[in-house]
Ligand binder design. Structure first.
Ligand SMILES: [Zn+2]
Length: 329
């Protein structure tokens, strides 16, 4: 992609992991985002050492507070060398307030997921399905076993707008461009290497708006788009080599927000909006094949066990989140 920059794309797991971006500096390494558990982060640290460089990981950026980007932080702290965790002040506050509870929610959901997968395994007929469900069970039990004890590591360097690390191999600008997926998302931009690691502000899936800000999010993407980069390493899904998918995502959030707002204004209930705002009726889903693009990313990078399709479920969740969060500013 660019000299000394690597994207580690997360394999599909029933408990989602984020992608990581790796920037090799002249003396050390900066990693963007830490997966959902320390063992996954430790595996990446070992892989960096084996396949990329023996320079130590000196910096870890948490792009936002979500569990699939921060729960592996402890592995970086346990790695021997000094490591600073960098995040916005808002992300540090949200981690302090919410991380333990979000972990608990994810653990509380596991027994039901185990039951679901167990039931599917019981009905599975092909060897491939049996193998698949057995592996999902293993993932769920491993998560439960590992995360029952957990040390929350908080960011050690925080900032409001921007934090710059100067380096002869390429500077790193860690920047807040406005509210989007959460109140405190940051991106990591290297002007010399023309790469931006965008966290979940820009992803290959449909956005996750549950903690998001539907009104300001499009402008935040536009602001990130002003940076001089050629490649985007998103928090989930494939690396992007132009601004087309980023723009489609931006326009989708804008259209869906406007249409949910319109419906809400005339008193339509959420369920009705979820019936009428469909893949086919949302214009920006068709633009440039955006809907097919996100479907392909979800197919390849997530585990879906629902009744419809992963995109349809996420669209319904987006409508609900916008309906609830419309007036967050
Ligand atoms: Zn994420």
């Amino acid at each position: 992609m660019s000299d000394g920059v690597y994207a580690a794309l997360a394999r599909p797991q029933i408990l989602t992991n984020c992608n990581a971006a790796i920037f090799v500096n002249s003396q050390d390494v900066l990693v963007v985002d830490a997966h959902s558990k320390p063992s996954a982060a430790a595996a990446l640290i070992a892989q960096i050492k084996k396949e990329i460089t023996t320079k130590p990981v000196r910096y870890l950026v948490n792009t936002h507070f979500h569990w699939d980007h921060t729960q592996g932080d402890a592995a970086y702290k346990a790695n021997g060398a000094k490591v600073d965790i960098i995040a916005s002040g808002t992300t540090k506050r949200l981690m302090t307030q919410l991380s333990r509870n979000r972990l608990k929610e994810s653990l509380d959901g596991v027994p039901k997921q185990i039951d679901d997968v167990q039931a599917r395994l019981g009905k599975a007929t092909s060897a491939a399905d049996k193998e698949r469900y057995t592996d999902l069970l293993r993932q769920l039990k491993a998560y439960q076993a590992e995360m029952n004890s957990y040390t929350l590591e908080l960011p050690t360097i925080t900032f409001a707008k921007s934090h710059v690390i100067k380096d002869p191999a390429g500077d790193l600008h860690i920047e807040f461009h406005g509210r989007a997926h959460t109140a405190g998302d940051v991106v990591v931009f290297s002007p010399q290497r023309r790469v931006v690691a965008a966290g979940d502000v820009i992803i290959g899936f449909l956005p996750n708006i549950a903690d998001g800000y539907p009104r300001p999010w499009p402008a935040t993407i536009s602001s990130v788009g002003q940076l001089a980069f050629d490649h985007i390493i998103p928090g989930h899904g494939r690396v992007q080599h132009d601004r087309a998918r980023m723009t489609q995502m931006r326009n989708y959030i804008e259209e869906l927000t406007a249409r949910v707002e319109e419906g809400k204004k005339v008193g339509k209930p959420l369920a009705e909006l979820q019936q009428t705002l469909t893949m086919g009726s949302i214009k920006t889903m068709q633009d440039g094949g955006y809907g097919s693009y996100v479907a392909e990313n979800l197919e390849n990078f997530t585990v879906y066990l629902g009744q419809k399709t992963a995109v349809e479920d996420r669209l319904a969740a987006n409508i609900e989140a916008i309906y609830k969060n419309l007036d967050r500013a």
